[in-house]
Ligand binder design. Structure first.
Ligand code: TPP
Ligand code: MG
Length: 551
């Protein structure tokens, strides 16, 4: 047994069943020998994004693992790992290394050095005796604290050696959970209960802690409305009477209104990072912040009460405390806030109805979102957007009703993430309909992964809205567009998909979108990968009401 076999044994012990990868890596052969399925992607980034989608959908129980070679393999992986770092996704990256005698000699590439800024832990295996220790440290980091990618560099000169003891003595690390103090919880709940317009801000910590039920109970008990962050979309059902929606930089009107009006704000399971792809919380509120990692508190906002700990344990304590103050039933039955929300939602949807139901040709992108919402079985689907206008069009309107039913992403926003992300999501949820919604430029970044999905038998659907351009760039670079057409592109993407072995559907009219998605659902059930290309117009009207943020 050599070092790669030992790493494979550790992965097996941790429950890893498949491994996205890009050759050459001897680990591919080592995992295959013990029944871990390697899936070769068309480039490193695709495999990393798939590992990422798998981790996101596994709620902290299973982890995506990706392997590549040294040199071009590890150098080409940067974007994928940076995306996971941006969105705090726990994945394990196992690249080859240039050798223990070479990695500190320029210009050889050192993963530990170069990935240190975009991983929570960057380790190197420098001798065979430390293989199991480094693997255990890596899994401990994946399971504990703020989630994020971990890299373990495997130097060929070490890994090729015989390891007589194998992975003997490797024991799985545990997820260790902690909770905030009773007195801080008491103060936080007291502040929320005495507030006139409190609001809850649920982050993806709620998803990783599987705490949707506790969040719902606390919200219903106190009748406090809930905003989810983009990463947490689906952590609280969008059709709940107390749901305001998700805070991308576009969001339902109710999100903007409550962020503006609220006097007391409580983030649950959120890093509270200020981002271009979110809404900054206005000043002047009493701020409560629950997070898994203490260093998030007072990072971007001044916080009045910090609650460090697991979101589920925190919410359990908050529920107990609220019940002690307002009784077992609390404010259930007092529908004043829910009635207010329902009014704002109705008014907002009425405002957007002309776009959501538009019959125009080329098809309006909002009509595509509307059709997705109508046709998709929300309980049994995983949907995601892509970078650019598709994200800003989809996020406010898609109804995520079940935990993990939507992947909201984008602290950094790599075009084309959606396809491999859905491959990973489908690996985690073989029974669910997995669909990504992307622009024509985005398709170009990862289109070849359609062939991966076909070859590996992972039936996902990709819906491309083809507006022949980069939405909004006519405004941001008018001269380059007018003089040189710099932001326009073209192509027969359904044709590309067909040539890669997928079922391809072209849609030209609004009335064709719903039936195309239905056809895709059936085809996915039969094992076919589907690409739908809808010819759309550009629409740069967005659900953003920044004026409502002013107190
Ligand atoms: C890797 C990467 N490079 C650049 C960008 C910047 N960017 C964001 S959206 C966009 C245009 C997207 O066009 P398209 O996919 O056709 O979607 P549309 O907005 O036209 O619907 C660009 C260039 C990015 N998000 N990711
Ligand atoms: Mg486009």
């Amino acid at each position: 047994m050599n070092g790669f076999d030992v790493v494979a044994q550790c992965l097996k012990a941790e429950g890893v069943e498949w491994m996205p990868c890009f050759p050459a890596s001897p680990l591919i052969e080592a995992v295959a020998k013990i029944g871990i399925r390697p899936i070769v992607f068309r480039q490193e980034r695709g495999g990393i994004n798939a590992a990422d989608g798998f981790s996101r959908q596994s709620g902290g129980k299973n982890f995506g693992v990706f392997a590549s070679q040294a040199g071009p393999g590890v150098e080409n992986s940067f974007g994928g790992i940076a995306q996971a770092w941006g969105d705090s996704v726990p994945i394990l990256y196992l690249p080859g290394g240039s050798g223990t005698n070479k990695y500190d000699v320029a210009p050889n590439f050192s993963a530990t050095k170069n990935y240190a800024g975009i991983t929570k832990l960057a380790l190197s295996i420098d001798d065979t005796a430390s293989i199991t220790r480094q693997m255990r440290r890596a899994f401990h980091a994946l399971k504990n604290g703020r989630p994020g990618p971990v890299v373990v560099e495997m130097h060929g000169d070490v890994m090729g050696q015989e390891v007589p003891g194998g992975a003997e003595g490797y024991t799985n690390s545990d997820a260790m959970k902690s909770a905030p103090s009773r007195s801080d919880v008491k103060d936080a709940v007291a502040a929320l209960l005495k507030a006139s317009t409190p609001v809850l801000w649920a982050g993806q910590g709620v998803l990783y802690a599987n705490a949707t039920e506790e969040l719902r109970e606390f919200a219903e008990l106190t009748q406090i409305p809930v905003i989810t962050t983009m990463q947490a979309k689906s952590a609280f059902p969008d059709d709940h009477p107390l749901a305001l929606g998700s805070a991308n930089r576009t969001a339902p009107k109710a999100v903007w209104k409550w962020l503006g009006d609220s006097d007391t704000f409580a983030a649950i399971g959120s890093g509270m990072t200020i981002t271009n792809y979110g809404i900054q919380v206005p000043d002047g509120k009493f701020m409560i912040h629950s997070t898994a990692s203490a260093e998030d508190i007072n990072k971007d906002y001044n916080i009045d009460i910090g609650l460090v700990g697991d979101a589920k344990l925190t919410l359990e304590l908050m529920i107990d405390e609220a019940k002690a103050v307002i009784g077992e039933n609390g404010r259930r039955g007092d529908t004043a806030t829910a009635d207010l929300i329902s009014g704002v939602k109705a008014e907002w949807l009425e405002e957007w109805k002309p776009l959501l139901t538009s019959d125009e040709t080329p098809v309006n992108p909002y009509r595509v979102v509307h059709e997705i919402n109508k046709v998709v079985d929300h309980e049994n689907s995983v949907v995601t957007h892509d970078a650019g206008n598709p994200r800003d069009q989809m996020m406010p309107f898609y109804k995520a009703t079940t935990p993990f039913g939507y992947i909201g992403w984008g602290k950094t926003t790599h075009l084309g993430y959606g396809i491999p992300l859905m491959i990973g999501a489908k690996m985690a949820n073989p029974e669910k309909f997995c669909m990504n919604f992307m622009g024509d430029l985005a398709f170009g970044h990862t289109a070849m992964e359609i062939e991966t999905a076909v070859r590996a038998g992972i039936p996902i659907t990709s819906l491309i809205i083809n507006n022949l351009t980069m939405g909004g760039y006519d405004k941001s670079m008018p001269t380059a567009m007018e003089r040189y057409g710099a932001g326009n592109q073209s192509g027969d993407y359904a044709g590309v998909a067909r040539a890669l072995g997928a079922k391809a559907i072209n849609v030209e009219e609004a009335s064709g979108v719903g039936p195309a998605i239905q056809e895709a659902q059936e085809a996915n059930k039969n094992g076919e990968v589907v690409v739908i290309e809808v010819r759309t117009r550009q629409d740069t009207r967005f659900s953003a009401y920044p004026d409502l943020l002013a107190p």
